[in-house]
Design a protein around this ligand. Sequence first.
Ligand code: GLY
Length: 411
Amino acid sequence: MISAVLAAAALACPQEAKLKAMLPEVFAKSAAHYRAIDAAATPLMNAGDVKEAVPHGDKPHGERRVPHGWDAKTGKLDMRSIYWWTSGHFPGALWYLYEATGDGFFRDRATVWTESIAPNSKVSDNHDVGFIMNCSFGNARRLLKTDKYDAILKETADSLSKRFNPGLGLLRSWGDIREKKNFLVIPDNMMNLELLEEAAKLPGGERRFADIARSHATKTMAHHFRADGGTYHVLNYDQRPGFHGAVQEIRRGQGLSCETAWSRGQSWAIYGYAMMYRESKDPAYLAFAQKVSDFAINNPNMPEDGVPYWDFGAPGEERDSSAASIMSSGLLELSTFLPGEKGAKYRAFAVRQLLSLCSDAYFAKPGENGDWLLKHGVGHKPAGSEIDTPLDYGDYYFLEALLRFRRLAGE
Ligand code: GLY
C-alpha cells in the first residue's frame, strides 16, 4: 500500500504519467489479442493429434493442452501439454485481463483453462508446479474470493515439498527425486516458492511449506550468485553423506556460459527475493533483492530501453522481452518496500521497461505474433529453441506489472 500523497508525487514524473495514460488502451488491445488466442485454442484443447512440441517428463501425451506460443514458420498456435512448465501462464493472463477489464468473458474463460490444468496438483517430478498452479488457481482464488481452490493449492504444495532435501535445505529443480548422482537447482526455482508461502497461509495450511520456501531461498542466496550479484544458471549439489551442501558442478544451462548471467534467470531472482521479503519480512532477502537488481539495472550491457539481451554477456544479440517483463514486475514490488530514492530508482527503471514493452518495438499489432502480446522473447538459445518469439510467460508478467503499476499509480 502506498499513500495518495506518494502516488501523486510519483506521478509528477512525466514517464509515469505517460504510462498511466496508456494503460486503458494497452489493456483493451491485450484483451482483443487474448480473445483471438482463446478462439483459436479452444477447438484444440482436447486434440490428442496435435504433436507434442517438447515432451515433458514421463507424462502421457494426448492429454489436454493449453496455448503456449506460436510457430512463425507455420503460422500455427503452439499448443502444449497441461504438464508443460508454462501451462499456468495462459490461464493466469486471462485472470489478469479479468482484473484489468472487469469483463466476465475473461473470468469464464480463465476458469475453464485453469480447471483444465488441475492434474498438476499431484505432480512431484518437477519444481514448476509451484508457479503453474499459483498463476492459475492462485489468481482464481484471489479474484473470485473463493475457498473452493484451497484444497488443490495445498495438495500442490504437498507434491512440490516432496522435492525438498532436508539435508541440503533445498528443493530439487530438475530431475527425479530418487536420483543420487545429481541434485540440480536453478534460480527459476525461486518462483515456485510463492505457492508454498500461499499454501502455508490457507486454513489448514502447513507451516512446513513456508519453512521449506525460506530454507531454499536462504541456501540459494548463499551459493547461486557471484560476488557482483550475477546469477549462475544450473548448480549441481553433492548429496553424498559428508559432502552435503557442496557445489560439485556449475552448468551454463540456458545461459551463454558458466561465467555470464542469463537474463531471465536474473529476473527470476529479482522477482523471487522481492516476493520472499514480502512473505517473510526477512531483511536479508530485501538486501539481496537490491543486490541482484542492481546487477541488472546498472549493468554496462543493459540497453537504454531496459529490455536486456538474452544474456548479460551477449550484448548485440537477441533481446529477451520476457526477462524485461518479469524484471519490471519484480522491481515494482521491490520499490514498495524501500523509502524515498532507494525505491524510486527501481520503480523508474520498471516504468522505463514497461514503456518500451508497450511500444510498437515489442507490443504486437492485431493478427501478428500469433496474437500474443510481446514480440522478441528468447526461450532457450543454446538449445536453438524459441529464439525471437512470443512467450506466454512474457505476456503474463507484462500484464501483472501493468496491474502493479496501475495500483501504485493510485488507480
Ligand atoms: N524456467 C525455464 C525458463 O525460464 O526458461
